[in-house]
Write a protein that binds this ligand. Structure first.
Ligand SMILES: [Zn+2]
Length: 231
């Protein structure tokens, strides 16, 4: 029906959607996105920490590397443990200033979030111009920075941010057999060299930087990582 407007229009409003109709629409899910690591996350009073001890021969005293993790989205399907900060303590003062600087920069990278695993490669590829050293177990470390990188790698593997290449039980057994055979044929009278976990005459492995390569039947085998070359 038509209505004749006889009075002046003094105001108008747009008709709102029928409130009953909107009730039939699916309710908007109050879905909260999982929290990603970012620098604005306030530091909780409580963090989970792990302390690693290293004893680089180039430092007078042992160093204690503590990495604290934060639990994000705790109790949900998106729960994840992310590194939050790193501290290095030692009685040795000779490396003090750059160690403090390094830990602050690493902590800042941790808190920025994103993929922080690149730090491992960056640190592990630092070479000391004075030459590196062998740590206990016969693993070569090109520098103290590289060993700090190795600790961070170990930690990221432990909390599941890096995949750890676990050797299969079969490989472990074969390596143990090879080692026993090698040690039987090279009766090592001097058993005082406990610096290495591997036979004293083992040579350096190009793959895992451990003095663990033995040669038997024309094949060089690394007793640490299983890398093998024949001929
Ligand atoms: Zn190896």
């Amino acid at each position: 029906m038509t209505v004749k407007i006889t009075n002046k229009i003094v105001g108008y409003r747009v008709k709102k959607a029928d409130p009953i109709a909107s009730e039939h629409q699916p309710p908007v899910q109050a879905e909260t996105k999982p929290v990603q690591m970012n620098e604005y996350i306030e530091r909780p009073d409580f963090l989970l920490g792990t302390t690693y001890k290293i004893k680089p021969p180039i430092a007078e005293h042992a160093m204690y590397i503590t990495i604290n993790d934060i639990l994000l989205n705790e109790g949900t399907d998106h729960e994840s443990r992310q590194p939050y900060e790193v501290f290095i303590n030692s009685k040795s003062m000779e490396h003090f200033q750059w160690v403090i600087a390094l830990t602050r920069v690493i902590s800042a990278v941790f808190r920025k979030g994103g993929d922080v695993t690149f730090l491992v490669e960056e640190l592990r590829s630092v070479y000391d111009p004075n030459g590196g050293y062998f740590k206990k177990g016969g693993v070569f470390m090109p520098s103290l920075v590289a060993e700090i990188g190795a600790v961070i790698e170990k930690h990221l593997k432990a909390i599941g941010l890096l995949e750890s290449e676990e050797m299969s039980e079969t490989t472990k057994r074969i390596l143990a057999e090879k080692r026993a055979e090698f040690e039987a044929s090279h009766s090592t009278a001097t058993n005082d060299d406990k610096a290495s976990d591997f036979p004293p005459n083992a040579t350096m492995c190009g793959k895992c930087s451990t003095k663990a390569v033995i040669v038997m039947d024309g094949c060089a085998t690394c007793l640490s990582c299983g890398d093998s070359k024949c001929g």
